[in-house]
Ligand binder design. Sequence first.
Ligand code: C2E
Ligand code: MG
Ligand code: MG
Length: 651
Amino acid sequence: MTIERRLRIMLIVTAIFGVATVFTIVHIAKSTRFHQVNSRYVAEVNELAGLLNQRKSPSLKQLLDKLYSIRNEADTCVSMTSPVDRTIMYFIQTREAINLCRANAIQSQIVINRLENHAPENPQAVVLDNRLRDNLLAVPETLRRNTATFEALITKTVKFTIRAALWFIIPFSMLVIILCHTIIRGVTRNAQEYRETAEALAESEIENRKLAYYDSLTGLPNRNLLADRLEQTILSARRQSSRFALMFVDLDRFKHINDTLGHVAGDELIKHAANRIRKCLRASDTLSRFGGDEFVIILPDLRSAADVSTVAGKIIEQVAKPFHLDGVDTHVTASLGVAVYPENGEDTSTLMKRADIAMYQSKDNGKNRFCYYNNELNKQADKRLLLERDLRRSIDHDEFTLHYQPVVDLASGEIAGVEALLRWHHGDQGMISPAEFIPIAEDTGLIVDIGYMVLDMACRQCQLWRNNDGVDLHVAVNVSARQLKEKRLISYIEDCLSRYSLPPDALDIEITESVFYNNDSCSIDTLHKLDELGIRLLLDDFGTGYSSLSTLTSMPFDIIKIDRSFIMSRHGKNRKVTESILDMAENFEMQVVAEGIEDRNIAAFLKQRGCKYGQGYLFKKPVPADWIELDENFTNLIISAPELELVVPGH
Ligand code: C2E
Ligand code: MG
Ligand code: MG
């Protein structure tokens, strides 16, 4: 039961007892008055008896006065009783007292009437004859008897009333005490609750303020507070004609750590990194967590650009030191971008955008470094935005074609297959390199639709070439990591193969090592399913990415493609790397394609070191499909490139 409900019930009960108590007290008072009236009445009756007993006869007036008084006292007694008194007296069986009073009054009145009738003319005269005297003497006797009975009844009433009063007063007092106690307790508890609520409210307000302006993980200002501080810093720099730097810091490979070590370790890393960065700054600098693994720093009152370089260098150095997470030494690096007020922008959004662009430039330049924003970067960012917009439109506008670059058997010189390479004929900008637009397509997810289109075009072309028996040409299609996450990819490839009646081994899929960056189980699953379908898998750009020896042994790759940076390099060490890769592939019984062969000597070297296939400008640049035909025996491909007539020998 709620405290309010309990209080209400108690109030009602107390009120009832209160009324009863008041009533009883009034009744006691009344009973006392009954006694007084009755004793006066008894006195009057005794006086009347005295008058009648004296030797000298009383005057009629004396007798009448006494009788009037006696009657009045009796009348007073009767008129004092209210209907409630009478009801109570009825219940406790003392109602007779009233009847007696009434009887006394009536008897007195009868005697009065008789006396008045007897000698009305002269009330002073002595009138009592013996008969009348005897009659009158009987009156006080009756009245006295009545009075005694009355007294007994009244005493009973008073006793009852006192007892009742006790019965009511004690519980009433107790109730009042309990009620007061309950009220006081309720009020105290309410006050306590109110105080606690007020305190909790104040605390939650502080907490809300914290949440609104501070990052809960690191306790650093969040982006809301950063926006405010940046605004203030701009105003103050404008007033004092001073300069300040805005620095974006992004941890490299943080996603990888989060994915491999888990979010708890990831959070730990963020906290430690924040602490290390803080130690590189002055008290007047603002370090904020912008989100995820991104921090933004305001360095006010800049004296020279060298100041920023010093701080940036310190941050890079501190972050690069190993972090001890989960008992493991983990390595991350930081990429920084710097925009300076007022040179690179005079408002919040411009400065933020430009520091961000500079940070991305650091990433593009190889990470673990810092870059100052420059206009060239801005142009690049704008260009990228435009390309992104156009890329979305180009899918519906038939602006894509495939070029094919032969893969040559180095021993025989035969074309073993072709690699399909995407070309974008931009309406205004002409041909755009895949190196430029594929990353954008990957970032935006457009690569998924583009990828399906490439698969369809490559399979259709492969069927055209294969239509003649004897040509078991392989077409290799590049598939990005993002596409491998698509559940539909496998069924799409199966549809393509059946639509163009191609055996699975007609299609090669090239995957770059970046697919292992996130160790995504879904992508790895897809690789195994492709292998089960009988499709050959090629590990593209080998040596530049994230694959390890375990990748080679546990993943179903058939062929390694050595990245062209090793093949094209004249550096002796890279030659050694190539040799090592060839040895390793031989041990793993995998075949190798060396891409980027531009030089006969390199082709000869590779052939001599046992490299099976080669691809490069030495043999052919990627060309449109209609430049490639079958020879007159319909057994081999002839490439009729205008600048180079290359006839590939038959089997
Ligand atoms: P990749 O798969 O490694 O393709 C080989 C790249 O090396 C091609 O560049 C090719 O033109 C170039 N190349 C071949 N031989 C030589 C040579 O002797 N010297 C030089 N300097 N370069 C040579 P391309 O066509 O610009 O393609 C660049 C990258 O774009 C490809 O690298 C591939 O990763 C990606 N790409 C191309 N088409 C597609 C596609 O349809 N889907 C996906 N996901 N990526 C594609
Ligand atoms: Mg490739
Ligand atoms: Mg490659």
